[in-house]
Ligand binder design. Structure first.
Ligand SMILES: *[C@@H]1O[C@H](CO)[C@@H](O)[C@H](O)[C@H]1NC(C)=O
Ligand SMILES: *[C@@H]1O[C@H](CO)[C@@H](O)[C@H](O)[C@H]1NC(C)=O
Ligand SMILES: *[C@@H]1O[C@H](CO)[C@@H](O)[C@H](O)[C@H]1NC(C)=O
Length: 342
């Protein structure tokens, strides 16, 4: 009898060995560089979502989270410090385990439009957090006051959500803020007085398209603010305090679509103003001559008000077309109709 070729035996032994090795290896450090506690927190986030079409498909159990889509780990400590995920059509809520990623510096959730609920309070444990971008989701309820505990925050974006209630005055505690986006929500009440007293840097303020009411607090007049957008709210009364020729940082002021009512004649514009939109209000008086000397002014919209008198000419005024000025009470002169002689 001829001996069979022994190869199949060795081969199957080899296959057996291989299979056993791959079966054992998950329990022997399959997480790779991923810190087990970070892994657990991330799995908590994944499990609170109904995943359809998203970065989270790459979050496979028992693999190295530092290689998952949307995750970055610090190169020295291997702790997760950056969460930047794209969610597609995913539904669900933000898990409170988000607060168990203590080294996070940046949270950016993109296209999480179907994710609702609220911001978990556990987020206040993230003492390194600088960027919190939860824009364009379906988060609701009041904007949490506990956000003022994120002392290192520089960028906050909660725009395009369904937040209601008033703006927490305590956000002005945040000393390193560079930008606050609360626009396109359902916020009511008035702009907090405390927003005129940012103790550190003055952040760019985006509060447009809410239901904010009342007058603009006088305190805001002291801010050498770079960018302020209060458009499309229900603000009333005076806004002239926002204009100060000594505010050299101010480049963008948008107050359009409110019910503001003040005399523009005596306003002194910030020197470096680039964008001024006061359209759709009840502003009266005339346009100050000085406006023509604003070298950086590129966008001017003061239509749909109650302004009167001659539009300044010369200087930089040839930049602006009639649409900048139309639908006022009795503005006249180029580029509108010429002023009638008395
Ligand atoms: C969140 O959305 C789900 C449907 O996806 C709904 O059943 C639930 O009531 C919503 N929760 C909140 C707080 O809006
Ligand atoms: C907060 O920021 C300051 C200044 O940038 C830094 O010195 C400090 O270490 C930060 N704190 C945390 C917990 O990251
Ligand atoms: C705001 O913060 C101050 C201290 O910074 C605290 O006394 C006050 O209770 C806080 N208000 C709210 C509504 O959280």
């Amino acid at each position: 009898m001829k001996m069979q070729n022994p190869f199949p035996l060795y081969y199957s032994l080899f296959l057996f060995f291989l299979a056993t090795a791959t079966m054992i290896s998950p329990s022997l450090g399959a997480l790779g560089k991923c810190n087990p506690s970070d892994y657990k927190a991330l799995m908590g986030i994944k499990n609170s979502l109904d995943i359809l079409n998203t970065d989270l498909l790459s979050w496979v159990p028992n693999t190295d989270c530092c290689h998952w889509d949307g995750i970055k780990c610090d190169s020295k400590t291997n702790r997760v410090n950056d969460l930047n995920i794209f969610a597609g059509d995913t539904t669900g809520q933000i898990s409170s385990t988000l607060g168990d990623l203590p080294y996070l510096e940046s949270i950016v959730f993109t296209r999480f439009g179907f994710i609702n609920g609220s911001i978990p309070q556990s987020i206040t444990k993230l003492k390194h957090l600088k960027v919190l971008d939860l824009g364009d989701m379906s988060l609701s309820g009041p904007i949490p006051t506990f956000l003022n505990q994120l002392t290192n925050l520089t960028y906050l974006d909660l725009s395009l959500n369904k937040f209601s209630g008033s703006i927490p005055p305590n956000l002005s505690d945040l000393k390193n803020m560079g930008t606050i986006h609360l626009d396109r929500n359902r916020l009511t009440g008035s702009i907090p007085e405390s927003f005129g007293k940012f103790t550190g840097t003055v952040p760019d303020l985006y509060l447009s398209s809410n239901k904010l009411t009342g007058p603009i607090p006088k305190s805001l007049g002291s801010l050498n603010i770079r960018y302020i957008d209060l458009s499309r709210n229900k603000l009333v009364g005076d806004a002239s305090m926002l204009f100060n020729p000594n505010h050299d940082l101010t480049t963008h002021i948008d107050l359009s679509g409110n019910q503001l009512e003040f005399d523009l004649t005596k306003v002194k514009f910030p020197k470096n103003l680039n964008w001024l939109d006061l359209s759709h209000n009840k502003i009266f008086g005339g346009i100050p001559e000085e406006i023509k000397y604003l070298e950086s002014l590129e966008t001017l919209k003061i239509g749909y008000n109650k302004l009167c008198g001659k539009i300044p000419s010369g200087g930089n005024m040839q930049r602006f077309r009639s649409t900048s000025f139309f639908h006022n009470k009795c503005l006249c002169g180029v580029p509108l109709v010429s002023c009638k002689r008395k």
